[in-house]
Design a protein around this ligand. Structure first.
Ligand code: SAH
Ligand code: MG
Length: 210
């Protein structure tokens, strides 16, 4: 369970992770890291660090590193005029920049030793990635090509026995955008390498078996 001080911080941070799904992510990360001791975790899409608090708390408790990947320029759906735009994260140059918010969250949560910020394009970072990961949490952009790119760039790095967690998976179009479902969840399951182990809200937790 996330400790109450960190929970207060997580819930005060701007972002898109509902509390019960954050708790499910925490449990998934605990199991993943206990199964593969010392193996790091990756989060793709951190925004202001809300979900990062749940994952970072696991990283700290089990003494592993969490790499938090984001270009911090916001997704398509965060840009001005779109549904998920927040003018408070626009900097003096008129661009979205969530990095200062992310840093402040991690500092307040006292997770700077456990969380490494990886600032850049998630596809590029994933393509050059060399380590296996115990858990990869994909919560990045929801444009189809971005979701597909995250699937291609990151799922090969999930260790066998490791976990792939995907956020914003909606089987029915009336519940939400289809990209995470069609471009990440389905390809993972259909690859024969991943099996679903649990779900909570729009969070899907898969284990790599092959
Ligand atoms: N996990 C966060 C929400 C993430 S929102 C929370 O709990 O609140 C999605 C994030 O993905 C945004 O911060 C956006 O900047 C990032 N993103 C979108 N496309 C990206 C890309 N191609 N490379 C890196 N980051 C990307
Ligand atoms: Mg999300």
């Amino acid at each position: 369970m996330l400790d109450s001080n960190l929970r207060t911080i997580a819930l005060s941070v701007k972002g898109f992770m509902p509390e019960h799904e954050g708790d499910a992510l925490f449990d998934a990360a605990m199991s993943a890291c206990k199964a593969l001791p010392g193996v790091p975790m990756v989060e793709v899409g951190s925004y202001c660090g809300r979900s990062t608090v749940w994952l970072g708390a696991v990283a700290k408790a089990l003494d592993v590193v969490l790499y938090a990947v984001d270009h911090h320029g916001g997704s398509e759906e965060n840009q001005a005029g779109w549904e998920w735009h927040d003018p408070e994260v626009v900097n003096e140059h008129g661009r979205i920049d969530t990095l200062p918010f992310f840093r402040e969250t991690i500092r307040r949560a006292e997770l700077t030793e456990s969380v490494r910020e990886c600032v850049g394009d998630s596809h590029e970072i994933g393509r050059g990635w060399l380590q296996q990961v115990a858990l990869c949490f994909i919560d990045g952009g929801h444009a189809r090509d971005v979701a597909r790119g995250d699937y291609l760039a990151w799922t090969p790095h999930v260790a066998r026995g490791g976990t792939l967690a995907i956020h914003d998976v909606f089987e029915r179009p009336e519940d939400g955008g289809q990209a995470p479902y069609e471009e990440i969840y389905l390809p993972a399951v259909q690859s024969g390498k991943f099996v679903e182990v649990s779900r909570c809200g729009s969070l899907r937790v898969l284990r790599r078996e092959a």
